[in-house]
Ligand binder design. Structure first.
Ligand code: 5AD
Ligand code: SF4
Length: 605
């Protein structure tokens, strides 16, 4: 097979980013090469997100352009991967017949075979039908779609998967995670990696498509996870972020291990009925989330930062908080979405907790990690949905009150998007008008901005360990020759696709990013309007789009993150590039000297 050029674009969440990384590793091993522009590609792949309609619209628009591309290049192969493929299935092909491959998020291990088949089938069809090969020039003259039998489709169909007890045990997707090729090059200078610990979700929040698109919750075997962390550490990774829709529900029962094809398989998640302590599982041979954190911390000591997203507010054990408290390389940071401050809406969302219980949890977490002698306070990030069906001004005021009490360091605020197939879509009219959603969204963003600034100011005067991610956005901008076009050197693209806004010390307003380095809603999908991938790692900007930290002339500015996910800009005097380069990818100590709208200023100590 000649080396085919692949353009892979990723929409949405960290889970999708990890999937794209794993898929591209597999394809590279098979001889495919990755290109930065769709025009250079023989294969166009979109790893999609369905959490909000806005994210899907971006993919529809890409596919519309590809329809024209295919008129010029009938041999082009187009694949839709991820949640949209799973959710829309054959409807997607009916609407966009030029799509050759559909591959759901639970079937990505099959992508290499699907792609190989699609490339061969396209080639042989074109050879058989000479009339199809001359380029066609107008949209109305698009090449004939593939016959249905030639299309490559791998979807789980959430119903069959959920009802089949053995299906979780036979989750071949584990092979995709196990296939991860790890080398000093694979995480380059970023030295930061995601590691999946659970897949899918069993929560069925009434607004959310994830349980339908990603299927039932399964937990990966702890040995696989720990091995992956060790391999990453050996290749130079210093920061690992554990991923799952509800990471704190992680639980692996060793007694019931199933081996398929020589591979220990993930386990179907069981509802965590535990109290807030480790006795919840007494007598069973299990690895709980707390055990897993402890194991990674102790067995992969070169991982200087261990973090995890996203946590579910209910049933968050004290055992986890104790492990965080007692293990210095575990970050004191929680992303724990509340979704609304109204008890009535929490019930309608099927979230399973009240506002009081949520706030009690935050108090408990902060109290556990309050140790003035080591001065490493917990920071918390949240997610909020505005305009959920029937949301009143009183509900909205209650959410504002929740923000005040929760004191998030940042909060992702999304406008409710009715998703077909969910309970809310079927049963609850989407009755909050768009202009009201927009206003409430803006009000909460403004409030959160004030809170984020206050939280930032509390850190001024402290010393902190920070992970240096690279040059700041300002530094990138300074280095770009005047008038130069933006160049994207990265062949894997990430795009946010929200419908809300993000505010906080990481990301604000209308700019965001799709990178490892700044934090995005992890259940699915990133904040709005997508990254500027060529500009790096999602740094804070002020409302006008200017850089939040001014930097000094003649200095080199680095961007770093505290363990609590606060952005820190560090100016190295004298423009010492070599020194700056040597700090990238390292955890260093800085003194936090000032706070800006969306970031902190640090100096080396
Ligand atoms: N509309 C708006 N926001 C949603 N989220 C999930 N589903 C929807 C929806 N239908 C948000 C939740 C979740 C985050 C990843 O996305 O806040 O925590
Ligand atoms: Fe699961 Fe999170 Fe979606 Fe709820 S919002 S169903 S917990 S992924």
């Amino acid at each position: 097979m000649p080396s085919k050029a692949v353009y892979l674009e990723t929409f949405g969440c960290q889970m999708n980013e990890l999937d794209s990384e794993l898929v591209s590793g597999q394809l590279r091993a098979l001889g495919y090469r990755f290109v930065a522009q769709p025009e250079q590609a023989d294969v166009l792949l979109y790893n999609t997100c369905s959490v909000r309609e806005h994210a899907e619209q971006k993919v529809w628009s890409r596919l519309g352009i590809d329809r024209l591309r295919k008129a010029e290049r009938p041999d082009l192969v187009v694949g839709v991967l991820g949640c949209m493929a799973e959710r829309d299935g054959e409807d997607l092909i009916r609407r966009m017949p030029q799509v050759d491959i559909l591959c759901g998020p639970g079937e990505l291990d099959k992508l290499p075979a699907l792609l190989d088949n699609a490339v061969r089938t396209r080639a042989s069809l074109l050879a058989d039908e000479p009339g199809a090969s001359p380029p066609l020039s107008s949209a109305s003259n698009v090449p004939p779609p593939l016959p249905p039998s030639a299309r490559q489709v791998a979807l789980q169909g959430s119903t069959s998967r959920r009802s089949a007890t053995l299906s979780a045990a036979q989750d071949t997707l584990e092979l995709l995670d196990l296939s991860r090729s790890v080398s000093p090059e694979s995480h380059g200078r970023t030295r930061s990696a995601y590691v999946r610990i659970t897949r899918g979700c069993n929560k069925f929040c009434t607004y959310c498509v994830v349980p339908f698109t990603r299927g039932a919750e399964v937990h990966r075997p702890p040995d696989h996870i720990v091995d992956e962390c060790k391999r990453l550490a050996d290749s130079g990774v210093v920061e690992v972020t554990l991923l799952g829709q509800t990471v704190n529900h992680y639980r692996f029962e060793h007694g019931s291990v199933v081996t398929v094809g020589g591979v220990t398989q993930p386990q179907k998640g069981r509802t965590y009925k535990g109290a807030h302590n480790r006795d919840a599982f007494a007598g069973e041979r299990v690895t709980t989330f707390a055990d897993l954190l402890r194991r990674i911390h102790d067995e992969a000591p070169a991982i200087e930062r261990l973090r995890f997203v996203t946590s579910y507010p209910r049933d968050f054990g004290d055992d986890v908080l104790e492990v965080i408290r007692d293990h210095p390389r575990i970050c004191r940071y929680l992303h724990v979405p509340a979704q609304t401050g109204s008890d009535r809406l929490l019930r309608a969302m099927n979230r399973g907790y009240t506002v009081g219980e949520y706030l009690e949890f935050l108090d408990r977490a902060r109290a556990h990690l309050h140790q003035p002698e080591i001065d490493r306070p917990l920071t918390v990030a949240g997610d909020i949905i505005v305009g959920f069906p029937s949301e009143t001004e009183e509900d909205h005021a209650a959410t504002a009150e929740l923000l005040r009490r929760a004191r998030y360091k940042n909060c992702f605020i999304f406008k409710y998007s009715a998703r077909p197939g969910t309970v809310a879509f079927e049963k609850l009219p989407d009755d909050v008008p768009e202009h009201v959603k927009r206003r409430r969204n803006g009000e909460l963003l403004a409030l959160q901005q004030e809170i984020s600034a206050e939280v930032g100011r509390e850190f001024v005067g402290r010393t902190a360990r920070v992970f240096v991610e690279g040059f700041s956005r300002l530094e990138h901008r300074r280095r770009r020759p005047v008038g130069a076009a933006r160049v994207n050197g990265d062949a894997l693209h990430s795009v946010g696709g929200g419908g809300g806004g993000v505010v906080g010390l990481t990301v604000m307003g209308k700019l965001s990013n799709g990178s490892l380095a700044s934090h995005t809603p992890s259940a699915c999908e990133m904040p709005p309007d997508g990254p500027l991938p060529e500009e790096g790692r999602g740094e804070p900007v002020d409302a006008e789009g200017a850089i939040a930290s001014s930097g000094e002339r003649g200095s080199v500015q680095l961007s770093a993150r505290t363990e609590g996910d606060l952005i820190v800009h560090i100016d190295l005097p004298g423009g010492d590039d070599a020194r700056a380069e040597s700090l990238i990818g390292r955890v260093i100590t800085v003194r936090l000297t000032d706070s800006r709208a969306m970031s902190l200023v640090g100096t080396l100590v």
